[in-house]
Design a protein around this ligand. Structure first.
Ligand code: ADP
Ligand code: MG
Length: 653
């Protein structure tokens, strides 16, 4: 086994460049490594650096934009090194640390390394930091660019051991990266492991899901005998994935008897990680795997068996409106860089095929690169982290691409309102993190969530807020199958709370805790068992952080008290009912509606004032996770803020 693994490692294109890579990375403090997908960058370079002894002086850290990649690659590399996962090779993702005292090679999400930098801005445990898949330009990678560049400089000035930086990708505009990293050396790795054939459609497709289904069925039918190539389809979101999954499963009953069986597997970030892991497993004999995925499978992953990639050319991307504090999710065309990454998921174990469900002309018109996330997201978390690292002069922080000024201002205003930051205007504007802000930054949560968690100290309900915040930190604990919505609603009716979704979640959690058979209880009540157990892990970790901050774990489960405490972090997210289910946000007078998934959705008459902890924009602006509030609480909780923005209704009250 070990020797076949060894042979496989040596057969990768990158192997012939091994000595050169080691030499260059040893002699240049910053390197940029560019090589085709599948050449061996992510799995091999960290091992080479380890084998050459660079890990003796500190960790080799490799970031990934997504947790599923960090976990699966660490698993693979541990196998290649013949060590158990969590020993020499480990991984760390939010709320899960699988490393130990002997760990030398550490795969982690970029968000997590950034969090480590708060405690240790010089990243002194590391001898090498590799930022992988840099082209994705997640907000965390972008901030890390500046943080590691600063750490390297400071370590040099203070004569602390050198921090080596490696930036990797298959698709990069090398000159702008090289300029940013002090003329970093650019290293190219020749060769892709296996060829991938690309096909385009002759005409534009009006319905890409329909074309994707047809393509899967055609491939499956044509390839009924012989080779067993699995299929990976890129779609934009959970809804699309579930509906296509449903259609394919229905089609299966129509397959002629001599066809192979088909095993259809979904993959999206909200899927519990045990279910995500299924895509990496071998299907039963005579069965073809068809994986329906969002762009979480776009980079880094090797999905063993996949020979065909079907690329719809679309992605659901983040957008942000700083004036309204509104997160948007929009379905939009991918960039050329993304199309190349998707193609790269085929041809990792043998020759591959990529079917682009758009014309070659449309491909040529795609943007070259994806717009960096930092230019289209809420920056309050990032700003709090930078301040906690001691970086006060945000405007002169060296971003590779500057975020829009209005996003920075909106983020700053949010932090000032949450009392995390003092804005002192003595001639020059300086930003000071308050002791509260410092504490907030020690929680791996958004500023609003950590702010209400800390408010619970004054309201003597720390235990309850830890639970509530944990429940809000997983995607959802309510399991609602596409074809069983009514049954699920019926089963969960007994948890209904006239006060809204937050107390409903608390009620569900309490019932869960007192049940003996957790798994069957979850099944009977349409509750996500996996997500519920993740909630338990998060609770444990948050309690631990509370202890480290010397917060007493007080407890009180009065519903009004809990909603007031929550309001301390979300007082800007308040809306008042105008008519027929239409609400206006108290602050920005933005039209919003209660989301159909909320337990307050069909309550009549609609509650006059509500607070929400999430706002999503699909066909309309929807408040998800909604609770009834009394507007008088606002004067008590945020008096400075609310006498300025009182509405006529509230004054009459
Ligand atoms: P890159 O980062 O350059 O895209 P990787 O280092 O991720 O490449 O992977 C290189 C090759 O190693 C893959 O093309 C595949 O052949 C092999 N490989 C990596 N991970 C696995 C795995 N989990 N199972 C089987 N083969 C793998
Ligand atoms: Mg890679």
């Amino acid at each position: 086994m070990a020797s076949s693994m060894e042979a496989q490692r040596k057969s990768l294109p990158i192997y012939s460049a091994r000595d050169r890579l080691i030499r260059e990375i040893k002699t240049n403090p910053c390197c940029i490594v560019v090589g085709e997908t599948g050449s061996g960058k992510t799995t091999q370079i960290p091992q080479y650096l380890h084998e050459t002894g660079l890990s003796k002086k500190g960790l080799i850290g490799i970031t990934q934009p997504r947790r599923v990649a960090a976990i699966s690659i660490a698993t693979r590399v541990a196998k290649e090194q013949s060590v158990s996962l969590g020993a020499e090779v480990g991984y760390a993702v939010r709320f899960e640390d699988c490393t130990g005292p002997s760990t030398k090679i550490k795969y982690q999400t970029d968000g997590l390394l950034l969090r480590e930098a708060i405690q240790d801005p010089l990243l002194s445990r590391y001898s090498v930091v590799i930022l992988d898949e840099a082209h994705e330009r997640t907000v965390h990678t972008d901030v890390l660019f500046g943080v590691i560049k600063g750490a390297q400089k400071e370590r040099r000035e203070r004569h602390i051991k050198l921090l080596r930086i490696v930036i990797m990708s298959a698709t990069l505009d090398t000159s702008s990266y090289s300029n940013y990293f002090n003329n970093a050396k650019v290293l190219y790795i020749q060769g892709r492991q296996y060829h991938v054939n690309v096909y385009y459609t002759l005409k534009p497709q009006s319905d890409y899901i329909h074309s994707a289904i047809t393509t899967v069925l055609q491939l499956h039918g044509e390839e009924e005998s012989g080779e067993n190539g699995d299929i990976l389809v890129f779609l934009t979101g959970q809804d699309e994935i579930e509906s296509m999954l449903h259609t394919l499963i229905q089609c299966k009953s129509l397959f002629p008897s001599h066809w192979k069986d088909m095993m259809v597997l979904p993959l999206f970030s909200a899927l519990p990680s045990a279910q995500q892991q299924k895509v990496f497993q071998k299907p039963p004999p005579n069965t073809r795997k068809v994986i329906l995925s969002t762009n979480i499978a776009e980079t880094s992953l090797t999905l063993s068996g996949v020979k065909y990639v079907i690329d719809t050319g679309m992605v659901k991307g983040r957008g942000y409106n700083p004036l309204m504090g509104l997160d948007l999710l929009l379905v939009q065309p991918i960039s050329k860089a993304q199309a190349r990454q998707r193609l790269g998921r085929a041809g990792r174990e043998s020759e591959g095929y990529c079917y682009r469900l758009y014309t070659e002309e449309s491909f040529l018109q795609l943007e070259e690169n994806t717009v960096p996330e930092i230019q289209r997201c809420n920056l309050s978390s990032v700003l709090l982290q930078l301040l906690a690292m001691g970086i006060k002069d945000i405007l002169s922080f060296e971003f590779m691409d500057q975020p829009p000024e209005e996003s920075l201002i909106a983020a700053l205003e949010e932090l000032v309102l949450l009392k995390a930051v003092n804005k002192e205007e003595n001639g020059e504007e300086t930003l000071e993190l308050t002791p509260l802000g410092q504490r907030m930054s020690s929680f791996p949560l958004s500023p609003s969530l950590s702010s209400c968690l800390l408010a619970s100290v004054d309201y003597d309900c720390v235990v309850e807020l830890v639970t509530l915040v944990s429940l809000l930190s997983v995607d959802t604990v309510l399991y609602t199958p596409t074809d069983g919505r009514e049954k699920a609603d019926l089963a969960r009716m007994k948890f209904f709370c006239p006060e809204g979704d937050h107390l409903l979640l608390m009620k569900i959690h309490k019932a869960y805790q007192t049940s003996n058979e957790k798994k069957s209880w979850c099944h009977d009540n349409y509750i996500h068992a996996r997500n519920m157990s993740t909630v338990q892990d998060i609770r444990k970790q948050l309690k631990e952080i509370c202890r480290q901050n010397s917060l007493q774990l007080t407890s009180n489960n009065d519903g009004e008290r809990l909603r007031k405490t929550l309001l301390c972090g979300f007082f800007r997210n308040v809306a008042e009912h105008v008519r027929d289910g239409k609400y206006l946000t108290v602050l920005s007078r933005q039209e919003v509606f209660i989301h159909p998934s909320s337990c307050l959705f069909s309550v009549t008459p609609p509650p006059p004032f509500v607070m929400y902890t999430e706002l999503v924009h699909t066909t309309k602006c929807y408040m998800r996770m909604v609770s009834v509030i009394d507007p008088k609480w606002l004067f008590e909780i945020a008096p400075n803020y609310f006498h300025k923005t009182m509405t006529t209704n509230m004054i009459q009250d």
